[in-house]
Design a protein around this ligand. Structure first.
Ligand code: SAH
Length: 360
């Protein structure tokens, strides 16, 4: 039996059932601390790993936002959960178009995994940028912020509450014999309120909301813009979105604790609400496909293909398709993009005018 799964069972045997939120938090931390899960040989692939075009276009987005901000110097270029460092490497290369930006930007990588920090160091060593690693956004020094988070928020733990006749009850992970099972806390957390179907699941992303509050508060205070890209929906919605991926296939979330990629879908409405409450301006969300199209991904693909071999050109087309395609196979519709800026920034590239200006 795997050591982490054993430790988890011992913990539950000792302390009793744990919340889904704690289960997810423990599993995700162990998972990323002990491996590089990205790419074809891993458990899942992300947009920057599919094509350099993704990070490059985000780099151009950052240049436009920086110019609209009045070209602040210094400026904190932050990435939350940078994975292999691929997005940041592509982004930095693209921002080389504006040497003043490169001189102003100090790069801050918020990453808890020691294994992935090493990958990021290797990917960014030749970038020439000033690099610093942090455990959390709070540790990034103050100053105008340009931030990107791709597939970061979906890794943060969620609480799950289930509608029962007694009220909303916390979903737990416990033990039956030696097997992990889902259960419910007997005492309800709160009454049901509106009529609901029994069994409905309400997810509460406390950690995501806290990060959003922090970054939006900083942007409202010091200026800046943030781009959040993730697999998610515009809530409120009821449903269990906890899912686990192993070798690019879905597995039971309790089957391989700490050994499969455990995520929950991102509720963009809740993130937008947290940003507006912190007095930042919200842009979007928009579907990833439309966002990348508006930033010129077709033209970038054509430029890359012009100096590619036929095999490379086919690969570029495949990547373009995968990043922008609608429907369940592509990332174009399933992934959403939300920007948060200082109130002074009235528009950002690729996203509709603010639909949710700060109201509080
Ligand atoms: N953005 C990358 C990687 C996504 S995987 C890409 O698009 O390819 C999620 C990333 O978030 C990993 O780097 C993981 O180690 C990091 N991560 C997960 N939970 C975190 C936390 N609580 N704090 C900081 N980083 C975290």
């Amino acid at each position: 039996m795997k050591p982490f799964a054993n430790t988890l069972r011992e913990l539950i045997a000792l302390e009793g059932p744990i919340t889904v939120e704690r289960y997810m938090s423990l599993c995700v931390r162990h998972y990323y601390a002990t491996r590089d899960p990205l790419g074809a040989g891993g458990d899942f692939t992300t947009a920057p790993e599919i094509s350099q075009m993704f990070g490059e276009l985000i780099g151009l987005w950052m240049l436009e936002a920086w110019s609209a901000m009045g070209r602040p110097h210094p400026c904190r270029l932050v990435e939350l959960g940078p994975g292999r460092g691929t997005l940041m490497a592509d982004l930095l290369r693209a921002t080389g178009l504006l040497p003043d930006f490169r001189a102003a930007a100090t790069v801050h990588l918020v990453e808890t995994s020691p294994a992935l920090r090493l990958r990021q160091q290797a990917a960014l060593a030749s970038s020439g940028a000033s690099l610093a690693w942090h455990d959390s956004l709070e540790d990034v020094p103050p100053g105008p912020l340009l931030l990107v988070a791709n597939e970061f928020f979906d890794a943060l733990p969620v609480r799950q509450l289930v509608a029962t006749e007694r009220g909303w009850c916390e979903r737990l992970v416990g033990l039956e014999d030696d097997r992990l099972i889902f259960g419910l806390r007997a005492e309800p957390e709160r009454p049901l309120g509106n009529p609901l179907r029994l069994g409905d699941v309400l997810e509460w992303p406390a950690a995501s909301v806290a990060v959003m509050q922090e970054l939006s508060g900083r942007i409202a205070r010091d200026g800046g813009a943030a781009l959040v890209i993730d697999y998610g929906y515009w809530g409120p919605a009821f449903g269990d979105t906890l899912q686990a991926l192993k070798a690019h296939a879905h597995v039971d979330p309790l089957e391989e604790p700490g050994d499969a990629d455990l995520t929950a879908h991102v509720d963009f409405q809740r993130l937008a609400q947290a940003a507006a409450e912190a007095k930042a301006r919200v842009h979007g969300p928009a579907a990833q496909g439309g966002f990348l199209a508006a930033l010129g991904i077709e033209a970038r693909a054509a430029a890359l293909k012009a100096r590619a071999t036929p095999a490379q050109a086919a690969e570029i087309d495949r990547a373009l398709h995968r990043l922008t395609e609608k429907g369940p196979k592509g990332m174009g519709e399933l992934f959403k993009v939300l920007a948060v800026t200082h109130g002074d920034l009235e528009a950002v590239p690729g996203l509709p005018a603010p639909s949710h200006p700060p109201t509080v």
